[in-house]
Design a protein around this ligand. Structure first.
Ligand code: ADE
Length: 227
C-alpha cells in the first residue's frame, strides 16, 4: 500500500513513521509512506501557501493552487483510491473506516493547518473527510499519524501475530476484555481462575462476557451501534 501525505508542517510527521509498527511495515515493503512538503508547491519567491480569509476573520487559510499542483503531480503518476482530508469538521474515525482503507492500494492524505483549506479544495479533490475526535488540534499532522497507524497495522503481515489485529477492541464494536500476565498472584490480587484453567471454550466465553460488561459500563453507545 502507498500513502502520500501532503503537509505544511512535514517535520511533525518524521517521528511517528520512523518507529514501531509503521517502521516495520515500511521495512518489509508492505507500506510506502511518502511525505510532501506543501511549501515546495508554494507561490512566488516566498513560496506562499496560505492567505487571509475572504469576508474577514482571524486565521490563515491554505490556498488552492499549491495543493492543486501537488495533487495533480501525484494523480499523473498513479490512480488514487481515496483523497482524504483530515479536519475536525467531519465524521469521526472508526475501526470500520480503518478496515476499509487498509484494503486500498494508493491513498492521499491532506492535512490542514491554521484555519483549514479553501473550500474549493474539498469540493474538487477530496473523496473522504475524517476527524479523529471532537477536539481541535493545531494541524492535521497528528491526526494523519493516528489514521496511518490505524490502517497500516491491519495490512496482513505487518503485525507478527496474525489474529491479534482482528481481536482488538472495536473490531466487533466491543471493548477488549481485561488481560493478565505473570505473576498469577500479585500482593494478594489473583488472576481469574478460568484463565489458568486451560479450558479454551470457557476462556472464550469469559472473555466475551467481560468484553460485553466493560462496553456496557464504559461505552454503552457502542452497543446501540450493533443493533
Ligand atoms: N485537524 C485539527 N483537529 C483535527 C481533528 N480533531 N481531527 C482531524 N484533523 C484535525
Amino acid at each position: 500500500m502507498r500513502i502520500d501525505i501532503i503537509s505544511a508542517a512535514p517535520d511533525l510527521l518524521e517521528s511517528p513513521f520512523n518507529h514501531s509498527i509503521v517502521k516495520r511495515a515500511k521495512e518489509k515493503g508492505l507500506a510506502k509512506i511518502v511525505i510532501h512538503d506543501l511549501r515546495t508547491f508554494g507561490l512566488g519567491n516566498y513560496k506562499q501557501i496560505d492567505d487571509t480569509q475572504f469576508g474577514g476573520g482571524a486565521g490563515m487559510v491554505l490556498m488552492i493552487e499549491p495543493i492543486s499542483k501537488c495533487i495533480e503531480v501525484l494523480k499523473a503518476e498513479r490512480v488514487y483510491d481515496e483523497i482524504i482530508y483530515m479536519t475536525p469538521d467531519a465524521k469521526t474515525l472508526k475501526q470500520s473506516t480503518a478496515n476499509t482503507l487498509s484494503l486500498q492500494k494508493n491513498i492521499i492524505i491532506l492535512t490542514g493547518h491554521y484555519k483549514g483549506v479553501d473550500q474549493r479544495v474539498r469540493d474538487k479533490y477530496i473523496t473522504k473527510e475524517i476527524s479523529i475526535g471532537d477536539y481541535v488540534l493545531t494541524g492535521g499532522e497528528l491526526a494523519a499519524a493516528v489514521l496511518v497507524d490505524s490502517i497500516v497495522r491491519l495490512i496482513p503481515g505487518v503485525i507478527g501475530d496474525e489474529t491479534s489485529a482482528l481481536t482488538d477492541s472495536f473490531q466487533d464494536n466491543l471493548l477488549s476484555p481485561p488481560v493478565y500476565t505473570r505473576p498469577s498472584t500479585y500482593e494478594g490480587m489473583k488472576v481469574p481462575e478460568v484463565l489458568l484453567s486451560g479450558n479454551f471454550p470457557k476462556i472464550d466465553e469469559w472473555r466475551s462476557e467481560k468484553a460485553y460488561e466493560r462496553t456496557q459500563q464504559i461505552r454503552p453507545d457502542l452497543l446501540d451501534e450493533n443493533m
